[in-house]
Design a protein around this ligand. Structure first.
Ligand code: RAT
Ligand code: ZN
Length: 424
């Protein structure tokens, strides 16, 4: 008998689940990371880590500094302020603070130092290339998906210059301006030589299609993606519905590329906080159902930002085989909420989801986001198996490994297809 076919006893269950989850390499399906060659975009090290916008938002709750004063400072002065306020004068209790502590401890740094001197010395001796290897190995992440934005001039330049990109840094073509701010999209397309106009007519749609085709050829993306506001309604009479129906969905269908919809943001509720100034709203899950129904040939990856949308999203996924819920996004990425959502998904959808992505913007964050998520997913999965065992179900280690492999990489790999663009 193969060892992995051995039945798992109730006494051994927790160890087996934790071990399987620790050992299973992850495909991180949504990050904002870049390869080392993307200088200025590839962010890592203590000053970046402490300046994470989740922490910037927390700073203003514990310091009298105003956003205006804060933005005038250099990055290292900003990091000093955040460190002082959130890690020295306060206990780092929040998830974003605890994440920095996890990263430092895993790197052998002291998270109780009165300043960032020791940490800065540590990072001064590293190179991005070597550190990427170390972080991927510490986090047991083997492949990541980036967020690639052709409307960001800094990023566009990198692709135009053919900056090298390793195959385990998969591309995702992000199209927010096309579906949320057509004026901005058309201005950028026109400047790049595509004959588009402010009105979404037939010529404009065909030129926008040419633009998308060019970027698909350049990036070979594993999916196309958009972040949508909580007010997203499909269909409606806006240019967004028109552009989805006539441009984006036909492109996805023709290339067999999934479409990722990230729904629920309320942008810039406090613009003075910049990236930290966005909020959340309750969205319409019926729109997700309608877009899935209307487009059976398109595979959708969907993440919703409001906790209150999670149950309805699970119900929707039970109705539509072309809908894959993924991740506990942004404000949901807290252990208590990840725990709840993961259990809900296991109970309603079994192992047919992608339980988590990191959303890491700074390389180092892979270490904590995955350490924390693994812990939480372990406890949710343990409970599901414990119920089966209690009923007398003969569970094997091989089954646990198979379920974990599906959730950590297999489901996503299958969703985006085994086309050449995903060869690892
Ligand atoms: O989680 C975040 O860092 C957010 O700012 C967003 O990047 C969000 O994840 C997005 O992709 O729009
Ligand atoms: Zn993101």
């Amino acid at each position: 008998m193969n060892l992995s076919d051995k039945l798992v006893t109730a006494a051994d269950l927790q160890r087996n689940v934790e071990e399987s989850i620790q050992q299973s390499p992850v495909i991180d399906v949504h990050t904002h990371l870049y390869p080392a060659s993307f200088k200025g975009l590839c962010l890592w090290g203590i000053d970046e880590l402490v300046n994470y916008h989740y922490l910037v938002a927390e700073l203003f709750r514990s310091s009298s500094v105003s956003p205006e004063e804060f933005w005038k400072l250099s990055k290292s002065r900003q990091a000093d302020l955040i460190w002082e306020a959130l890690f020295v004068r306060n206990t780092p209790l929040s998830e974003a603070c605890a994440g920095v502590v996890t990263v430092m401890v895993k790197l052998g740094l002291d998270p109780c130092q009165p300043n960032l001197r020791q940490a800065r010395e540590y990072f001064a001796g590293l190179t991005a290339e070597k550190y990427i290897e170390r972080v991927f190995s510490l986090a047991n992440v083997k492949e990541i998906v980036m967020t690639n934005d052709p409307f960001n001039p800094a990023e566009r330049t990198m692709w135009e210059r053919n900056a090298p990109c390793p195959e385990n840094f998969h591309r995702a073509l992000r199209m927010d301006p096309i579906l949320n701010d057509w004026g901005k999209a058309h201005t950028a397309m026109s400047a790049a030589g595509f004959d588009t106009s402010g009105d979404v007519g037939a010529r404009t749609v065909s030129e926008a299609r040419r633009f998308l085709e060019m970027w698909i050829a350049r990036l070979r993306p594993v999916y196309l993606a958009v972040s949508l506001p909580y007010t997203f309604t499909y269909p409606d009479h806006s240019p967004r519905t028109r552009l989805l129906r006539e441009l984006v969905l036909p492109t996805c269908q023709q290339h067999g590329i999934p479409l990722a919809l990230m729904i629920g943001v309320s942008r810039a509720v406090n613009p003075t906080l910049r990236d930290a100034g966005d909020s959340v709203g309750y969205a319409d899950t019926g729109s997700v159902e309608r877009i899935c129904l209307e487009n059976p040939e398109v595979r959708f990856l969907v993440s919703m930002l409001s906790r209150e949308n999670q149950h309805a999203l699970c119900v929707a996924a039970r109705k539509f085989g072309n809908l894959l819920p993924f991740g506990c996004w942004w404000f949901l990425n807290n252990p208590s909420i990840v725990r709840e959502i993961t259990s809900e998904r296991l109970e309603m959808l079994g192992a047919t989801t992608v339980p988590q992505h990191s959303d890491a913007r700074i390389l180092d964050q892979l270490i904590y986001k995955w350490a924390h998520s693994r812990r939480t997913i372990s406890s949710a999965l343990y409970e599901s198996y414990a119920r089966l065992l209690a009923e007398g179900y003969p569970l094997t280690r091989a089954q646990i490994d198979q379920d974990v492999e599906r959730m950590f990489s297999g489901n996503f790999r299958q969703w985006v297809g085994s086309a050449a663009r995903f060869a690892s």
